[in-house]
Design a binder for this molecule. Structure first.
Ligand code: HEM
Length: 144
């Protein structure tokens, strides 16, 4: 007879999460946050005359979408098969949606929303990155 405390559907504790999933999430959210921090500086440079940096602004935006999408995939994997909490998927999905909206607003030059949304994205991604490096079990990470 199976022990009800060790069924396969029971959420794992942080220490049981595969280390590669925890590290993937940490690296990906850090890359998204780095993009969010860089974008205002790049924008400041291209609006003051260095027009070539607009292409860099677009490339960083594309990288943020790419890493944000991978972060959603990694977080889904932390839920199934990782047995982490399903609600953890919400924040990466919201963040990816905001980055996509931000890119569309930039492309259509809706700058009165594009500027403040950039700071919201930077704040959210820095917050998630900080949380990802603080949470999890370093022993589980180190063991893999
Ligand atoms: C998450 C951060 C950001 C993302 C993903 C993002 C993305 C984009 C994208 C995709 C475009 C369209 C570029 C084109 O079609 O040529 C754009 C345009 C623009 N962005 Fe951002 N952006 C971000 C942050 C910022 C910030 C913080 C500023 C300024 C403080 C800024 C200023 C601008 C400006 C002025 C344009 C219009 C450029 C033009 O007139 O051609 N962006 N942005």
């Amino acid at each position: 007879m199976s022990n009800p405390t060790t069924t396969r559907t029971e959420p794992r504790r942080a220490g049981q999460m595969p280390g590669w999933i925890i590290w993937s999430q940490r690296v990906l959210i850090t890359l998204v946050a780095a993009g969010g921090v860089l974008q205002p500086f790049i924008a400041g440079l291209f609006v003051t005359g260095n027009v070539g940096l607009l292409l860099v602004h677009v490339m960083i935006a594309a990288a943020m979408v790419f890493f944000g999408l991978l972060l959603v995939v990694a977080t889904v994997l932390s839920w199934r098969p990782g047995h982490g909490p399903g609600r953890a998927v919400v924040a990466p999905v919201v963040l990816l949606s905001l980055i996509l909206a931000q890119s569309a607003l930039g492309a259509f030059r809706v700058l009165e929303i594009h500027f403040p949304l950039a700071f919201a994205i930077a704040g959210i991604s820095i917050g998630l990155a900080t949380r990802s490096w603080r949470s999890g079990d370093s022993r589980a990470v180190a063991a893999r």
